[in-house]
Design a protein around this ligand. Structure first.
Ligand SMILES: [Zn+2]
Length: 129
């Protein structure tokens, strides 16, 4: 398959990032090497294949590290927590965190949760299981 076929794929900004009804993030999986990514990619970052399919990712994982953001981007109230979660299927996600104890230590089991109003920023976060 030619790499040019990737240009015919759905634009990056048009690809779904999550399915709140199913309670999962939507990523990509390479048909050639099996690499998964979130957000979904147009070209595999491991092998360069354009043969990627949308897949539902694991809804839980392990928080690997996190930090408190004191200088927020526009539209968000500081402070808030950001962290790296390794989902149970191996995909790493950089996301907002809620509900962590002040003395939380990593690794920590977390699960995906969605805002009641998906227009909220952010529309999803991770919280302790
Ligand atoms: Zn690949």
């Amino acid at each position: 398959m030619e790499l040019s076929s990737a240009a015919e794929r759905q634009n990056f900004t048009a690809r779904p990032r999550y399915d709140a009804t199913a309670g999962v993030l939507i990523g990509s999986e390479c048909a050639d090497c099996g690499a998964r990514s979130w957000p979904g990619r147009g070209i595999c970052n491991r092998c360069g294949s354009p043969r990627l399919e949308q897949v539902a990712l694991a809804p839980a994982g392990s928080l690997q590290t996190y930090t408190t953001v004191h200088v927020a981007r526009p539209g968000l109230a500081a402070p808030y927590l950001l962290g790296q979660v390794r989902l149970d299927d191996g995909v790493r996600v950089h996301a907002h965190l809620r509900g962590l104890a002040a003395d939380a230590h990593v690794p920590l089991r977390v699960r995906l949760a969605f805002a009641a109003d998906l227009e909220t920023v952010p529309p999803f976060h991770f919280e302790p299981e």
